[in-house]
Design a protein. Structure first.
Length: 140
């Protein structure tokens, strides 16, 4: 499959309302090289980070996350709007079978990620690498 341009045009009668060209790479839909970034958290797992890209990787601090504990941090990002959908997943690094990642809030200019250690007796002591992507959305 070759890279191509998908052109979407919305019309109402004789009036063209909007047109959007979307690049569709050979690998399938998603962001292309240059849209991502990476950042490393410092101090502890509740320390906020700033990454102003549509997708990327966040490496957490390796501070221990106790069994049954949670840590939430804010990701400042000028690409996210309040109505967007942010997806995140653990890519690597966490102590096996312990912690999970979920997005717990989205606002204009930021989103929050919560790390939850589900293990009953083992602390998570690994620096987790988190993949994220912002899906642009609107409410109306």
């Amino acid at each position: 499959m070759a890279t191509g341009i998908l052109s979407v045009q919305v019309s109402t009668g004789a009036n063209r309302v909007a047109r959007q060209d979307i690049e569709v790479p050979a690998e399938g839909p998603g962001y292309v090289t240059g849209h991502g970034g990476a950042v490393t958290q410092i101090t502890n797992r509740a320390t906020g980070v700033t990454i102003n890209t549509k997708c990327g990787q966040i490496t957490t601090d390796a501070t221990s996350l106790a069994a049954g504990a949670e840590a939430t941090f804010i990701v400042t990002n000028n690409k996210v709007a309040a109505g967007d959908v942010v997806v995140a997943c653990a890519a690597s690094g966490q102590t096996p079978s312990t912690s999970v990642v979920h997005v717990t809030a989205v606002a204009a200019g930021s989103f929050s990620i919560t790390l939850t250690n589900l293990h009953a007796s083992t602390a998570d002591t690994g620096a987790m690498v988190i993949n994220f992507a912002i899906i642009k959305a609107v409410a109306a």
